[in-house]
Design a protein around this ligand. Sequence first.
Ligand SMILES: *Cc1c(COP(=O)(O)O)cnc(C)c1O
Length: 482
Amino acid sequence: MQYQSTRDSRLHVSASEAIVRGLAPQSGLFVPETFPAADLEGWRHLSYPELAQKVLAGYLTDYSADFLQEATEATYGAAFGGNAGRTVRVHDGLYALELWHGPTCAFKDYALQLMPKLLVEAKRNLGRQETTRILVATSGDTGKAALAGYANLDGIEISVFYPDAGTSEIQRLQMVTQEGKNVQVYAVEGNFDDAQTGVKRVFVDASVAEELEKRNIRLSSANSINWGRLAPQIVYYFYAYFRLVDQGAVAWGKPVDFCVPTGNFGDILAGYYAKQMGLPVGKLVCASNKNNVLTDFIRTGTYDARRTFYKTTSPSMDILISSNLERLLYHVSGSSEKVAAWMQELARTGKYTVDAETLSAIQQNFAAGFAGDEEGADEIRSRFEVDHYLCDTHTAVAFRVAENCRSGAPMVVLSTASPFKFPRDVLVALGVQVPDSDFAAMSVLTEKTGEGAPESLQVLNSLPVRFTQVIAPDQIRTAALR
Ligand SMILES: *Cc1c(COP(=O)(O)O)cnc(C)c1O
């Protein structure tokens, strides 16, 4: 299997090359040339790690079978407490695929626990000897998931930059208590944009690259446009389908719809790959919050990022430029020239419109809707009161959108974070008085619902704080060169 660039289909690289490089020239994204066919009958009864090995083997063809077996077992076995891909009934015809049973309690663990191992192995496959230094600007979730994934790996160092006053107490403690000899965590004065702009500046600063090269260090990022982050997410669509068949919720071969709380379009795009491989998927429903640029795009074919940016109670979906959409545009239009032109127009004018065939191909596979903070809060309360099912603010958006997009097929909502990661917003939604600290809020949430908080969150306020440095945005360069 070779990979092409969304902006230049003449380029062909191996999976290892795509993962080490991250981004193709001219900001293109690497995409697989073909979709490997699924062996549905053969995969149906596999454990999660076994299934992950099969799915990934079709894409990562220059990785050895032994490596994939070890890596998927080490990632999705004990670390997910036997709950990888857990799919539960919420009410008739409605299911939740709970993706938050990993070490940091958010779905990004599925990719960020495996991706670092894929990177180390890719360097080995390519005979590369340098140290990789990962820089991450984060508003919260990605930072911790990346730290947890890259900690103590050979040949890798990671530095995370988060906005000093821009994360929740839990998110901050998750980062500053991270263990590992190769990790650094910095608070940056200002908001997320200040941290992100500072990190981006370091990436394009030739003097930084030159200085690091003398020490045999190369910079890299952990963001969601790397193929190594997308591929692992394909697995759970298959796994959830098989569990619905086991539960008698769907007849073998009949379609299931999935509704996905969406930001950067990575998670939902993985569902499109699963469908192209042969999984019986009906509609993929793209759920947005008030930042509903994708809803408008999927309904009209016009992507217009020139709009107000809202901060919502589902912050991981607060995105106006949804990077992975570019991959879908490439697959459905089949033209890197078209994609390059649309992306240039987006960069120049803030909007673009796709042609009618491209829109129709998208609408055959995708539906879309959005829900605001209040509708999300209503949904948290209804799901709890009616179904005794507790969900977080991101998942709530998807539950609300899913209700309006039912086709008659069973609907699986991807549940992307533990409700205990956002205990205050969840308590507000349930109509309960909210205490001052996140930890007190977690206890109240347990009292109110009878659900236990994940162990990894409960222990946070008793762990030693390792990182206390606060830096100005213009000190990010020095930190990156340390
Ligand atoms: C990152 C994230 C999302 C959005 O996923 P994308 O792949 O960016 O679309 C949704 N929910 C939570 C909790 C997340 O952390």
